[in-house]
Design a protein around this ligand. Structure first.
Ligand code: ZN
Ligand code: FE
Ligand code: FE
Ligand code: ZN
Length: 266
């Protein structure tokens, strides 16, 4: 059995990752991967929207960096992708942006529950104290549902990101998961098993076993990602992610090329 592709990795262009794509690729080869994909944080319409993504004028440089890695590591399949922030109302912009290049897949992620609060930003951790956790989860999953319905993306990123800092609402979140997963099942968008959660306060893969179990029941396809922000994080904890996927029943995962999906045995 070969390792599933690591489809979620970043580059220094987002200003909070280290190591060039060639360094991530070298590490992936060392670990025995046959396929990876770069999905760095995409630009916003306004470059001053926040400070943790590439600027608009760096998109070509990003593509060139990934292409350099493709050239230097011909033995490794390297996909070109983006992690795109989904915010309601940004759909036209997302279409304009993603039309600037050909991508193998797009990961749609919700980090913002308003135009100004990115819930996973450690600098804004105090915001959580001012808010009701369940309300945040509701807004987050409403947005994630819209992202799944939008047909803009092949994969939805870290589906239960609000748990990052270990703050969880006491309420049952199953209805929120259901609504999102019904939308995902309808449009065929995949969700990722993102191992970065194991490196955060929540100490758990995104998404939780409960959410993943429901996803399997609804036939929602899966991919895998380390969300590496350094070469040393490539493929981290993939054994745990594979075990989790298998334990809820998954026997297949998917890969993408030119935004076309193919199923592979897990
Ligand atoms: Zn990041
Ligand atoms: Fe993200
Ligand atoms: Fe990421
Ligand atoms: Zn991410």
């Amino acid at each position: 059995m070969s390792l599933p592709a690591d489809y979620h990795m970043h580059t220094p262009l987002c200003r909070h990752a280290v190591g060039e794509p060639v360094d991530y690729a070298r590490r992936a080869v060392e670990l025995g991967f046959s396929e990876i994909g770069f999905s760095d944080h995409s630009p916003m319409r306004r470059d001053d929207f926040d400070n943790w993504r590439m600027r608009n004028d760096q998109l070509d440089e990003y593509v060139a960096k990934v292409q350099l890695a493709q050239k230097e590591f011909p033995q490794l399949t390297i996909r070109l992708a983006l992690e795109v922030d989904y915010l309601p109302g940004h759909e036209t912009w997302i279409r304009e942006l993603t039309a600037r290049h050909l991508w193998d897949y797009l990961i749609g992620s919700v980090h913002y529950v308003s135009e100004s609060w990115d819930i996973d930003n450690p600098a804004k951790l105090s915001e959580w104290k001012k808010r009701d956790a369940f309300e945040v989860w509701q807004i987050y999953f409403d947005r994630l549902t819209l992202a799944a319905e939008s047909k803009l993306f092949e994969i939805i990123g870290h589906a239960d990101l609000p748990k990052k800092f270990g703050i969880r609402p006491p309420q049952d979140c199953t209805p929120l998961y259901e609504k999102f997963l019904n939308a995902a099942a309808k449009t065929g968008v995949a969700i990722e098993l993102n191992t970065a959660g194991l490196r955060k306060d929540c100490q758990e893969i995104y998404p939780s076993r409960d959410l993943l179990q429901l996803a399997f029941q609804k036939n929602v396809p899966i991919t895998f990602g380390s969300d590496a922000h350094a070469p040393g994080e490539v493929g981290l904890n993939f054994a745990d992610a594979i075990a989790l996927a298998r334990s809820v029943g998954y026997t297949q995962q998917c890969r993408f090329k030119n935004r076309q999906r193919e199923f592979v045995t897990l």
